[in-house]
Design a protein around this ligand. Structure first.
Ligand code: GLA
Length: 730
């Protein structure tokens, strides 16, 4: 990326006339390989001069500090506001008590504080007229090359103000062309890659769904510079994500000088935030990284940051499991569950998760139309109680997990009758249902206590509940809160803050419980939730073919360790696709492996394959959880999907290869070039999950440079052929 060229053009005229000044303020925000350069212009405006590869001597940027803005703007402002000369998309837009909208922030001070791997820079800006004060906080993760920024907005005036826009951060880039990759989709089809060359004006990616904010769009992106497509191994790429589990807005504005300004923050939709005199609003984190080596390195940076800092329990390996949902749905007895536990144990799985359907006494949860809100065991189904089932699992050497959906209530429930005022609603209007349920108003502290209690009480149903699947199965519509009264604009923000309050309290009491973030599948996949949750239910769609697309795209931003991926029945219940069991295992093994079917319905041969896949997975899964990902083929670009995970010392790797479409035999099967290996080492290649012996995988030893530059051919010709290889250096 170029240094922002508005400055470059201006400096040519000014550099000779401006005396070099020791007082010029250049603020480098740096990691091991990347650098954001902020600089205070002589008029006090804080600008972004550079984000990209690290330039050894940041003082070189002093020459780019000029005495003034131009007639049509202040150049690339580090945190653009509505006011002054700025006329683009604002990061901050304030309406003052007198009705005026003009905010002009000038540099006041900055501090830099190093704490091991994290260097924190705080730049304070102030409007001298309105006394609004904004702190731009940057945490620079040195080793991971990730910057994490948020903003603290203080109303330093004497009257309340209204925040109309309050982005977490602004990032300016400068290139000749920008290709934006983002993610769209829907239920059972989340995280589909979408992309376009940006043209002038503003592209906005927004969610207004309240809950399930990520079911259709994800608060993350990749921008490729000076190219018209996303490339895996070459080119400059900036990737970023907003850590917020509610309405969000990402905007990409290309101005008349071809600069791109990226703003990321809470969506201002129906969320004007009133800030009292002396009050501060803290925005969520916006994290981003720069790669000079394509999307691959950008993903590896984000993943390393996520494992080390961004995911609750990010450094741990979560157990394989059998989930009861697709195998039993709402129809089960204690006996059904015990037999599934027997089967899970026999197959070598490590946990049994009891999904929906176990609760509701007066309104039993025998379908999705009753019981949500009444979290007591349905003794008609499980007369012995949850402890009995959990103890049985523990006795078989399995962990035990259980499903809750604490933010929701069915109209057919005792809770709905006792607390109708807790439901999200607006006066005089029908309370609209979706999946026969309503949303509880988490902006209300009493509801937060109740939701905390659901989790807490469920944990008391048995002495050692190891895992909670937290679900959230509808979006917010017809929003409104009886608790907030006239302050309805706070609803969307305080709903999310309410969830985070609950999760903070729960984590203080249950630090070791594994908690899955599920929201009809991938409806809540963001780095805000992941501060509290160990993993996500990637999608309700368990069809391996569709999962190839969902998992490929999810993994561009989020690491494999959070991607729960289950093997289900064939044909699968969502798409009807018929994919071979081996293909389904090979896809599921590239994330956190689980099964979600009735094991009794498997044939003997299928059981044998399952045993084999589960056994070998446990031996290499540390690579899936902690290794560096290298993507070798994209299902979005051809008929193959392939990726590998390599250990940090590059001595071990696991390679997954898949064919999604029958290949013309005259052309022959695809040759994949591996990546991330040590070229000088020799690797023994062993094929997993099969009985057959394959030339490539029968213990042959190959040099790293041969595997990476010559490539290897796993002979995938037929639709849904797949092969998995384990590599170990000798
Ligand atoms: C959602 C989840 C599923 C399952 C059902 C239960 O759809 O995504 O995995 O738990 O709810 O009702």
């Amino acid at each position: 990326m170029k240094t922002l060229h508005w400055i470059a053009a201006t400096v040519a005229a000014l550099v000779t006339v401006l005396p070099a000044s020791a007082r010029k303020t250049v603020i480098p925000v740096e990691t091991d390989h990347t650098q954001l350069i902020l600089a205070v212009q002589d008029n006090g405006v804080l600008q972004t001069l550079h984000f990209g590869a690290k330039i050894a001597d940041p003082s070189a940027f002093e020459a780019f500090i000029t005495g003034r803005g131009t007639d049509n703007g202040e150049g690339p402002m580090a945190y653009p506001t509505t006011g002054g000369r700025y006329i683009g998309e604002p990061a901050l837009h304030v309406r003052y008590a007198d009705g005026y909208h003009n905010t002009q922030l000038f540099y006041k001070s900055h501090t830099v504080h190093a704490n091991g791997n994290i260097v924190t820079t705080v730049v304070t800006l102030q409007d001298k007229v309105t006394l609004m004060e904004v702190k731009l906080v940057f945490d620079a993760y040195q080793k991971e090359d990730v910057l994490c920024t948020h903003t603290e907005i203080l109303n330093g005036g004497k009257q309340p103000v209204e925040l109309l826009n309050y982005a977490s951060g602004s990032l300016y880039l400068d290139a000749d062309q920008y290709f934006l990759t983002h993610f769209h989709g829907g239920w059972a089809d989340e995280m589909q890659m979408d992309g376009e060359v940006l043209t002038h004006d503003t592209k906005v990616i927004e969610s207004r769904r309240g809950t399930q904010a990520t079911q259709c769009n994800n608060p993350s992106f990749l921008v490729s510079l000076d190219t018209d497509r996303l490339q895996e191994n070459v080119g400059e790429v900036v990737a970023g994500a907003l850590a917020w589990s509610g309405n969000f807005r990402l905007s990409f504005e290309m101005d008349e000088a071809n600069r791109l300004n990226i703003l990321a923050g809470i969506s201002p939709f129906a969320s004007t935030y009133e800030l009292a005199a002396g009050q501060t609003f803290v925005t969520p984190d916006f994290l981003y990284t720069f790669s000079g080596r394509g999307a691959g390195q950008a993903s590896r940076n984000l993943h390393a940051w996520a494992r080390n800092y961004g995911i609750y329990g990010g450094g741990q390996i979560n157990p394989t499991l059998l989930n009861s949902w697709e195998g039993a749905y709402f129809t089960f007895t204690t006996e059904t569950l015990l037999r599934m536990i027997d089967d899970a144990a026999a197959m070598g799985l490590e946990m049994f998760v009891l999904d929906d359907g176990w609760f509701g006494k007066d309104y039993p949860r025998n379908g999705d139309d009753a019981g949500l809100g009444d979290w007591e065991v349905n003794t008609a189904k499980i007369p012995e109680g949850i402890d009995y089932v959990a103890s049985y699992a523990h006795g078989k050497g399995l962990k035990f997990g259980i499903w809750i959906e604490p933010e929701m209530v069915n109209p057919q429930s005792n809770l709905a009758h006792a607390h109708p005022e807790w439901v999200v609603q607006s006066p005089g209007r029908e309370m609209l249902q979706s999946r026969n349920q309503w949303v509880l108003d988490l902006s209300n502290p009493a509801v937060q206590d109740f939701v905390y209690g659901i989790f807490d009480n469920t944990m008391q149903l048995a002495p050692n509940i190891d895992y909670i699947k937290w679900d959230c199965n509808r979006v917010i519509s017809d929003f409104g809160s009886t608790y907030l009264g006239e302050e309805q604009d706070r609803f969307y923000v305080e709903y999310v803050q309410g969830i985070y309050n609950v999760m903070r309290r729960l984590r203080a009491k249950y630090p070791d419980t594994i908690v899955q973030c599920c929201s009809s599948g991938g409806g809540r996949v963001d780095y805000g939730a992941l501060k509290y949750f160990n993993e996500i239910w990637t999608s309700d769609n368990t069809d391996a073919f569709t999962r190839a697309y969902i998992q490929y795209a999810t993994n561009l931003i989020y690491p494999a360790c959070i991607m729960a991926s289950h093997v289900s029945a064939v044909p699968n219940h969502q798409t009807g696709n018929v994919t071979p069991l081996k293909f389904r295992f090979d896809i599921a093994c590239s994330g956190r492996l689980g099964m979600e079917l009735q094991p009794r319905n498997l044939t003997e041969g299928e059981r044998a394959l399952a045993d084999r896949c589960i056994r070998s997975y446990k031996e290499y899964r540390d690579l899936v959880f902690m290794g560096d990902v290298y993507r070798l083929a994209s299902p979005y670009e051809g008929d193959y999907y392939a990726l590998m995970y390599v250990s940090q010392d590059r001595r071990r790797a696991v390679v997954f290869t898949y064919c999604t479409k029958y290949q013309n035999r005259a052309v022959g099967a695809h040759v994949f070039r591996m990546d991330g290996l040590d070229p000088a080492r020799r690797y023994k290649v062993t094929e997993l999950n099969v009985n057959r012996s394959c030339w490539w995988g029968s213990g042959q030893v190959h040099a790293g440079d041969f595997l990476m530059n010559g490539g290897f051919n796993p002979s995938l010709l037929k639709t849904f052929d797949s092969a998995v290889f384990y590599l170990e250096a000798d």
